[in-house]
Design a protein around this ligand. Structure first.
Ligand SMILES: Nc1ncnc2c1ncn2[C@@H]1O[C@H](COP(=O)(O)OP(=O)(O)O)[C@@H](O)[C@H]1O
Ligand SMILES: [Mg+2]
Length: 357
């Protein structure tokens, strides 16, 4: 296993154009040995391109790839010892499940008894033990994907297992169990797992570290907590969390105070040198509280809707021409017309040109 380093990597699929579009803009990034990562971002942001650069399916236009100190940029996939699981399963239909799982080990001439032991172990993890002698082509789509996954897991010598939206074809309940299995495998074998998804819930429940991408750029790398509490850009605030972060254009009225229309709010950010034209306030709906009376950082809003989600209530209200959403305890009684909401200063994030300051 190895630490994977992307050193000043950039990629364009149109190298001969005079003004090519870069699917991946220049970036450097390292993936710790044994880490459990999610690569998260909307469709088309460059996730698969980045994964294919790591596995060797795509040769980057710029930069170098290292596994530990070894440069692998021009090495083909087979030489890199990477297991890759694709969105749609790639299996050998005429082979049995056992033969499919054994294939990567057979190719590397592992001894038969070792192959048998490892295949059985992985089949058990994936609940495929009853199908080992069945031909793969008769299986369901999710069982086929389990085989793809299994072929990545049988090899203990892999530098990393890269999974590109692997659970798309799998039903939600099995998805949940599989994610848990993957976590167990990562704990047990310390295999680096990189899991690509466009689904924030999948990313947040699977990974210790999430790399968020937008339009060919890494916009934030951090723990689920970091992404939730201190989104580094308004995109991350909007993309992560449900509902999305509340975001408002605002202006600085002093170093630690901003105004949104007629309302002023204290913040803990020093807004010293900012060009107040491009300021935004962001606050998670989880941090907004409903109050009985006005105090610092409160505002009066008109209730539009109160939705009861069982474990919480979501209040949608408006002030001036803005909408605001607050997630509150379900026991709380919400007035039907006017509500006083407080935006605690410590949870107010200030963005300049959409970047956290
Ligand atoms: N083989 C290719 N040839 C040309 N353009 C491509 C190719 N693969 C991807 N792209 C383009 O590169 C960008 C990033 O794509 P991709 O890495 O597949 O994103 P994601 O996996 O996040 O959906 C997109 O604009 C996509 O259209
Ligand atoms: Mg993709």
């Amino acid at each position: 296993m190895a630490k994977i380093i992307l050193d000043n990597i950039a990629h364009t699929y149109e190298p001969n154009e005079s003004n090519p579009i870069f699917a991946l803009k220049e970036m450097s990034l390292s993936w710790a040995d044994g880490g459990r990562y999610a690569l998260l971002g909307p469709s088309g942001c460059g996730k698969t391109t980045m994964l294919n650069i790591m596995s060797g399916l795509v040769n980057p236009s710029h930069g170098k790839v290292f596994f530990d100190e070894r440069e692998v940029t021009s090495m083909i996939t087979e030489e890199r010892n990477i297991a890759q699981v694709f969105q749609f399963p790639v299996i050998y239909g005429t082979m049995t499940v056992f033969e499919n799982l054994a294939f990567p080990l057979k190719c590397r001439q592992f001894p038969e008894d070792q192959i048998e032991r490892k295949v059985k172990e992985v089949a058990e993890i994936l609940n495929l033990q009853d199908y080992l002698n069945n031909r793969a082509k008769g299986l369901t789509a999710d069982q086929k994907q389990l085989i793809s996954l299994g072929r990545g897991l049988v090899r203990e010598d892999v530098a990393a297992i890269l999974m590109d939206e692997p659970l798309t074809v799998i039903d939600p309940d099995l998805k949940f169990r599989l994610r848990r299995k993957l976590k167990e495998i990562n704990d047990k074998y310390k295999t680096t797992l990189i899991y690509v998804t466009h689904d924030q819930n999948e990313a947040m429940t699977f990974a210790d570290n999430i790399i968020v991408m937008d339009q060919g750029e890494v916009v934030q790398a951090g723990s689920p907590k970091d992404l939730f509490e201190r989104p580094q850009t308004t995109f991350v605030g909007y993309f992560i969390g449900s509902p999305a972060m509340n975001l408002y254009e605002c202006s600085a009225s002093s170093k630690n105070e901003i105004s949104i229309g007629a309302n002023s709010f204290k913040v803990q950010t020093n807004i010293n040198n900012s060009n107040s034209e491009n300021l935004k306030l962001g606050i998670r709906s989880e941090y907004i509280t409903v109050e009985n009376e006005h105090s610092d950082n409160s505002l009066e809003a008109d209730v539009i809707e109160v939705e009861d989600f069982g474990n919480y209530k979501l209040v949608t209200a408006s002030f001036d021409s803005f909408k605001i959403k607050a997630k509150v305890k379900r026991e709380l009684d919400i007035p039907s017309e006017k509500v006083i909401l407080k935006l605690p200063a410590e949870h107010c994030c200030i963005y300049e040109d959409n970047k956290l300051i």
